[in-house]
Design a protein around this ligand. Sequence first.
Ligand code: MN
Length: 711
Amino acid sequence: MLRQYELVERVKRYDPGADEDALNRAYVFSMQAHGSQTRESGDPYFSHPVEVAGILCEKKLDCDSIITGLLHDTVEDTVATIADIRDLFGNDIARLVDGVTKLSQIESLSDRAKQAENFRKLLLAMSQDIRVLLVKQADRLHNMRTLKFIRNDARRNRIARETMEIYAPLAERIGIRDWKDELEDLSFMELQPDARSSITKRLAFLRESGGDIVGRVSSELIRTLAEKGIEAKVSGREKTPYSVWRKMRRKHIVFEQLSDIMAFRVIVGRVEDCYQALGVIHGHYRVVPGRFKDYVSVPKPNEYRSLHTTVIGPENQRVEIQIRTPEMHEVAELGVAAHWQFKQDAATDGKQYRWLRGLLEILEHAEAPEELLENTKLEMFSDQVYCFSPMGEIKELPRGATPVDFAYAVHTEIGDTCVGVKINGEEAPLRTVLKNGDQVEILTSADQTPSPTWESFVITGKARACIRRFVRSLEREQYVRLGREIVEKAFRRDHRDYTDAAVRGLLPKFHCRTMDDLFQAVGQGQFTGRDVLVTAYPESNGGVDPANRMVLRNGKDDKGEFAVPIHGLIPGMAVHLGACCHPLPGEQIVGISSTGKGLTIHTTDCDTLENFVNAPEQWVDVHWEANAEEEGGHIGRLLVTLANRPGSLAALTGVIGRGQGNITNLKINERAVDFFEMQIDVEVSSVDHLTDIIAGLRADPAVGQVERERG
Ligand code: MN
């Protein structure tokens, strides 16, 4: 295990300005936090964060990263908290440690095997700072190096598979090739031990029998190119056991047939030289057909550029050759990281890891994480958000998505029946905007149907389309039901029995195809009940004018025999309660039908009705359904004058609360020295309920005037 002074010395060697004191404190803090914990190997747990710091140190990462490496498991696995870290090491380190901790936590959520790509994207999206990702990668590398000590076979296997699917490709993406090779090899060792050992043996045999074949081939290539006046650097390497294995699987060949186990890289000065070198090599050695690829004129999507070819090389071996310029080489080796370097004109100190320098400079000068995302072009997937289902499945949603979007993404039926949501185990409103890594549990009920209000906050096309489709069919259903009621009542008022048969023949006259179409048209106010009645029975006078019926009803002489029943619940799209008078169950009401808007319910004393005196055809006789009160949710609006002194608002809300009224809105209209006037919306079950509350308020000394507000 790396000793404290060794670690500090190593960091100081490449970064003389490193905060030695902070490094020392982090070392001691981590050691004390992990205390007597041990790893499965029997080593003290503390050896792990120290080794992780050491791995980061090899990449000459900045002091904060090294400290984060030392502290990375303290929050997850010990009693230490992020607040402790912040107090002792400052905001930046706390943020980094928190980032690594969050990545570790989401690991345990996911069933990764089926969704590696999404999981990789989630990791990128969550590590807003690339150092978080680098520490996590170093953590994984050390865990893989010590994987053999884990006794549980299934767990060992799972970790190796996850490394192969998630972490090795990530290392490749951020351009750290040696980490990628090692992660792959260590996973391969666990997942396919027999294959790996036979490939390794075979590679060793070829190496021994051929001697320094890589060296010999290299020098011959250099000589051949030099003869034609091309100056080139050539390096060769044996392929890794895993890349050999992958090739064997992909090409369905056995090891004996797999002769090109060496790859050579030819680096020449300029782009033109690449093609010239290719010509020389093709002219000198026999070309293996079908293996030539020109990624210089057509780069890969990740901007990789090179010429690839395979020839029968100097010693009758198939060799793979890549030809490129130094610049292409940097992109190939360092991935996206190389771009940072090319941006930094001054970063020419010639050190091996100068790209990380460049990166660190950007990190230092980036003002906001967003700017960092811009600069690094790390495909951070900032337009997406990744959330887990309770089963660990990852859903990819556009940024700004809500639980309703999530529900529809899982299944249309889940969306249609969703009533609530638990985010990370806690109930939350359906309009909550989801964050990366949220675990989203949708609560459903078979009775639930999509709410038209959802449309105002969902952002995915699927959710919006489903809600619209539902709302449209619901709307039609309500208009049809209302229209049928209106027509039936019109017939009854004329002392006739309504039958479908009497009306069906009239459909063409109304340009309707079905009975429902006709009822919908009546519900929407395009035709009245009387229109239908008079068309069926031209001799009819259309019954008593409904406006007159209203007068009769004020005398309470009928039980709504001719009136259309209004459901207690806020009726929805076909029927609206007037915002002018807020009718409550128990009050005398009348409906005004207007084209396209359906039916608006007013109290019979509402001033708005004066506007319709000359349009009797728009009046529809209505009454409350018997159970309207039980359904609740009616709003009564009060205008209250309250004494301006301590405790009067409490007295007011106390009276309303004791009266079982629920205040849904409260607005101060006017504030004077000795009083203020406010408007209060109270949810009540009926007009009697509201009247009781008004009486209670009037009895309270803190309350001046109380009136029900109308119009
Ligand atoms: Mn760890």
